[in-house]
Design a protein around this ligand. Structure first.
Ligand code: SAH
Length: 258
């Protein structure tokens, strides 16, 4: 049957047979091997993100003096890029805060690690955070204990963080954190990630015996002092840690600057 065909016709026929017989089965085989993508590819915790995260811990956190292996492990484990708005994804593991909307920020990774180390959380400790923001700091706390409570005053941020944190079983409340969360007090650790101009007395009252509070205090718009407050019985001690820059603690979401 091939006898009547010219040579180049035969070659074309051979190539077509090869394509159908080998190419298509191979394509089907490799299509099955292609990695499964999540609905939101940016949130996929693939090797690329993990590499950036390990580099962040090595070069920005461990090298800056954070030593607690549990804190370093928590910072290695939590995918920070999942807490950053899409337009800032490329900077998710950089050494600075990033905007999260409503004039608020996700804190610099080093500051998150420093404040977490200062809290010295033990498994089973009850910890309260004021200023949930993106939910990143709460997710770090949840690596260290399974009793994490967090309060956010800006409702849309609060609801978004609650959704992100639901698998970690973090308790999220949308309210003014100045008053703490009386219902679950006392807390072994309290971390405040927005800056009041004085230490809120309700938070001191909700600190357990032996409890530690890490809080930036100072005027809005300029550097604040980071304090470590400790309760031993009725005695409250305070230690100055250094200077930090946080957004102010608001007393109402109406105080948000547009
Ligand atoms: N810990 C956050 C960073 C928070 S930025 C993170 O990991 O992303 C500070 C947050 O504190 C902002 O989201 C701000 O809305 C919130 N905040 C300000 N005043 C507050 C208040 N009185 N009570 C609770 N949250 C407050």
């Amino acid at each position: 049957m091939l006898k009547g065909l010219r040579l180049w016709h035969k070659i074309a026929l051979l190539v077509a047979c090869l394509l159908i017989g080998v190419g298509i089965p191979l394509a089907i085989k490799f299509a099955h091997r292609a990695p499964q993508r999540l609905a939101t590819p940016a949130l996929e915790d693939d090797a690329h993100w993990r590499e950036l995260r390990l580099k962040m811990v090595r070069e920005q956190i461990a090298s800056s003096g954070i030593q607690d292996p549990r804190v370093l492990a928590a910072m290695e484990a939590v995918p920070r890029h999942a807490f950053v708005p899409p337009e800032w994804l490329s900077q998710a593991y950089d050494d600075h805060p990033l905007p999260i909307g409503y004039g608020q920020t996700i804190s610099q990774p080093y500051v998150v690690a420093l404040m977490t180390e200062l809290l010295d959380i033990q498994p089973g400790d009850k910890v309260l955070e004021i200023g949930t923001g993106s939910g990143y700091q709460a997710a770090i706390l949840a690596q260290l204990t399974d009793r994490v409570y967090t309060i956010e005053i800006v409702e849309p941020l609060c609801l978004q963080a609650a959704e992100r944190l639901k698998n970690l079983k973090v308790h999220v409340r949308c309210a003014d954190g100045y008053y703490g969360w009386e219902e679950y007090a006392p807390y072994d650790g309290i971390i405040v990630t927005c800056a009041p101009d004085h230490i809120p007395q309700p938070l001191v009252n909700q600190l357990a015996d032996g409890g530690r509070m890490v809080i930036p205090v100072g005027p809005p718009g300029s550097y604040q002092t980071l304090w470590l407050i400790q309760r031993k019985g009725q005695e409250i001690t305070s230690e100055r840690i250094g200077h930090v820059l946080f957004v102010p603690l608001l007393r109402s979401a109406e105080d948000l600057t547009p």
